[in-house]
Design a protein around this ligand. Sequence first.
Ligand code: DQA
Length: 147
Amino acid sequence: MKILVINGPNLNLLGLREPEIYGKKSYADLLALIRGACERENIDVGFFQSNHEGAIVDAIQQAYGAYDGIVINPAAYTHTSVAILDALKAVGLPAVEVHISDVDSREAFRQISYAGKACVQTYKGLGFDGYVQAIRFLKQYLTEGRV
Ligand code: DQA
């Protein structure tokens, strides 16, 4: 089973950016945590991070035929990008949305998720652990076709 983990803009600056919201751990720490979870779950994992909307669309398109599912934190593009929503719908791979912070308790503009409309599940406000939950959910979803 192969899962692609996609992270959007500014998530490469984890640890530096607003640590009171996103924590003090780095993007490298996040990848190490996900890698460990995937090893335990016997999942092949790939990573992609970009600050550019079109590059994320390209990565979703290229996941077709190469990965079984997607875990995605589109970051700020969550709240603006119909292109990312359409890419997820186009490839039709099961996708799980993750947000480190609890977007529902933040500004009103963060409470709309376009990408989430193409996702089978969302984890928000769980910090880095949301990615681990997403990986586990996706494995079960891909194995059993439902959860
Ligand atoms: C985020 C929440 C978004 O609103 C924000 O723009 C981000 C990160 C999160 O993980 O909590 O960049 O997706």
